[in-house]
Design a protein around this ligand. Structure first.
Ligand code: NAD
Length: 244
């Protein structure tokens, strides 16, 4: 069966690597054109991978935490692609510290990228979505639901994303726009590779399925939301049963 994503345009923030790359790749395999706001080095390998599926794929330098920059980039994406059908707010950072040593800037920068970044992107694409309908998926985290020592900033940003998701779902439903969240547990990416083997073993003990997930596990949940037009305001955990 042909996917409804075929010929559509999907924006996936931070899709140059990790979970975002897996999400954009699965969308491209289903025939979607891909736009990638990114920071850091140009994501050559990822963009070439997406184009390899015969779709249009472009990357745009864009710090999602910057309101003005995201406006310029969203306008440019709309100009280049004609319209945007789906937005996946995947870009995210960590700056883990126990609350006693967490500084103001550690808190502010994580909230700015993870939470305000999603707001910025949604805000600048809302007028377009209100005209044509659309699907928004925010990448939250199980720690936004359960908390995690050392991640006051990160878990607050990810919990905030769930409130944002439910509000946007309510506000835009009458315009045929859905908004959902995916809350991954531990997924094998650069973010988790930074953990020591001892930390990884301790994590596996908390996961009933007994192993760390793959970016594709998250990508399949995101695509479920992008393809299913009758689900909105929902949060799916992709965590091997870590938070039941
Ligand atoms: P990653 O570090 O590999 O990828 C994050 C991406 O976001 C990178 O491409 C990075 O360049 C981009 N990014 C960072 N700051 C940005 C900014 N200001 N503007 C634009 N792009 C920016 O991490 P990942 O593991 O692939 O994580 C992807 C998402 O999944 C994040 O939101 C993360 O919080 C979430 N998540 C990851 C895990 C996990 O175990 N890996 C678990 C739960 C949630």
């Amino acid at each position: 069966m042909e996917s409804i994503l075929k010929g559509k345009t999907v924006v996936v923030t931070g899709a140059g690597r990790g979970i975002g790359q897996a999400i954009a790749s699965l969308c491209a395999q289903k025939g979607a054109n891909i736009a990638v706001p990114f920071v850091g080095p140009y994501p050559t390998e990822a963009i070439e991978e997406f184009r390899g599926y015969g779709v249009k794929a472009e990357a745009y330098e864009c710090d999602v935490a910057d309101f003005a920059v995201t406006k310029t980039v969203c306008d440019k994406i709309l100009e280049d692609f004609g319209t945007v059908d789906s937005l996946v707010n995947n870009a995210g950072i960590t700056a883990d510290k126990l609350i006693l040593s967490m500084g103001e800037s550690d808190f502010d920068k994580v909230i700015a990228v993870n939470l305000k970044g999603a707001f910025n992107m949604i805000k600048h694409l809302t007028r377009n979505f209100m005209r044509n309908g659309g699907a928004i998926v925010n990448i939250s985290s199980v720690v936004g639901l359960m908390g995690n020592a050392g991640q006051a900033n990160y878990s607050a940003s990810k919990a905030g994303l769930i409130g944002l998701t439910k509000t946007v779902a309510r506000e835009l439903a009458s315009r045929n726009v859905t908004c959902n969240a995916v809350a991954p547990g531990f997924i094998d990416t650069a973010m988790t590779a930074a953990l020591t083997p001892a930390q990884q073993d301790a994590i596996k003990k908390q996961i009933p399925l007994g192993y760390i997930g793959k970016p594709d596990d998250v990508a399949r949940a995101v695509v479920f939301f992008l393809e299913n037009r009758y689900v909105s305001g929902e949060v799916i955990k992709v965590d091997g049963g870590m938070y039941i």
